[in-house]
Ligand binder design. Structure first.
Ligand code: GN1
Ligand code: MG
Length: 372
């Protein structure tokens, strides 16, 4: 475990008084924060599970603003789910637990920055979908998520990480990291760097449309991979969109593109065998249908026209970020071994190439659904 049990007990006791912690499990997913599942038993023998997270201050320098955003988003989701008499409303939003001093998190010099929320029972996050039903459910959940947030009252959400989906800037950072070659790793990854350079035009498709004023700003999730929507363990329906840390003003296509990246690939994000990657067109069809249904008429014709392209855009953007981090010495994404970021970048580059090659077919699928 990254933190000692004593340390975790102390952090937890800032939120919940009394009772005892009966189990702690570290969550192995996520590239940024440290996440623990805590089972607590209160004085009357009642057990409850919580998620306790230690937030990464380097990646999220504006944690106070981040917490304001996620609480506003989850409260708005709660209101909208309740108003719509959503059948599973109780599990449809993240329920944060306030610290005992009334704040929404614990910010301590000694312990770090922590937050706590209720564990959502009987639901799972998946890396790759097992069926078209799951792809549809995930698409619908994120479409609905964007639609539910469309009437969020002002003010605009804080931009907690600036230039998060500024693809051109991500490329500039990669070039700067390659020029610096801080760890002497460039020689071992030139093929990936060249491959990413070749696809730069495809990577800029969404940004250019936005800069031309053709895409509306919306409140979006910005990290809409499949594992960030929990699916019911019994029947697979989408229960809750989680990991709201990057919820910010952005483009609908940023979410759809990330969904494509995680759902339309036959392999994991960090596969060591990128040659095996196949673009799952069946999954794309299900995802596209679910997303458009969930967004219930909110999307403009220009947004809909770029949905297929957004998958390659987001895949390239994250590949560029993985490679830049590899060159800089793994300072941003958590890695399991020294070559991990390079493995991720290579896999995502291969996926992007295959998405670009499949573009005519993806457009044909989307067009057919538009006609129905
Ligand atoms: C990071 O930590 P996680 O897995 O939720 C990253 C995303 C990337 C993703 C790649 C704040 O998200 O932007 O798309 O890894 N989050 C941040 O899997 O940079
Ligand atoms: Mg995230």
């Amino acid at each position: 475990m990254t933190h000692t049990l004593d340390f975790l007990h102390e952090a937890f006791s800032n939120f919940i008084e009394g009772g005892s912690i009966v189990d702690v499990e570290q969550f192995r997913g996520g590239h940024i924060n440290q996440t623990y599942f805590i089972t607590h038993e209160d004085g009357r023998g009642r057990r409850r599970r919580y998620v306790m997270q230690n937030m990464n201050r380097t990646v999220f320098p504006r944690l106070k603003e981040l917490m304001e955003n996620v609480i506003r988003v989850s409260e708005h989701m709660h209101r909208r789910c309740t108003a719509q008499e959503h059948p599973d409303a109780r599990r449809g939003y993240i329920h944060f637990v306030r610290a005992r001093d009334g704040r929404n998190s614990l910010d301590s010099e000694a312990l770090g920055f922590w937050r706590l929320y209720h564990f959502i029972e009987n639901a799972v996050g998946k890396m790759t979908p097992s069926s078209e039903t799951e792809a549809f459910a995930a698409g619908e959940a994120f479409g609905k998520f964007q639609e539910l947030l469309a009437d969020m009252p002002p003010p605009r959400l804080h931009e907690t990480i600036s230039r998060f989906h500024d693809t051109r800037w991500r490329y500039e950072n990669l070039e700067a990291a390659a020029a610096k070659d801080a760890c002497g790793r460039l020689a071992g990854c030139r093929d990936v760097l060249d491959g990413l350079r070749e696809l730069r035009d495809a990577a800029l498709a969404v940004q250019l449309a936005a800069e031309a004023g053709r895409l509306p700003e919306r409140v979006v999730h910005n990290d809409a991979k499949l594992s960030n929507v929990l699916l019911d363990s019994t029947d697979g329906h989408a229960v809750c969109v989680i990991d709201l840390d990057t919820c910010m003003p952005g483009l609908s296509l940023h979410d759809f593109g990330d969904l494509m990246r995680s759902i339309c690939s036959s392999e994991d994000e960090d596969t060591e065998n990128p040659g095996r990657i196949v673009v799952r067109k069946d999954m794309f069809a299900a995802l596209h249908a679910g997303y458009v249904k969930g967004a219930t008429g909110m999307l403009t014709a220009e947004e809909r026209a770029l949905l297929p392209e957004s998958g390659a855009v987001l895949t390239l953007e994250v590949a560029v970020r993985f490679l830049a981090d590899y060159l800089a010495g793994d300072v941003y994404f958590r890695v399991k071994h020294p070559e991990h970021n390079l493995v991720r970048a290579r896999a995502q580059l291969v996926l992007a190439r295959k998405l670009v090659a499949a573009m005519p077919e993806l457009h044909a699928i989307a067009a057919e659904q538009e006609r129905e």
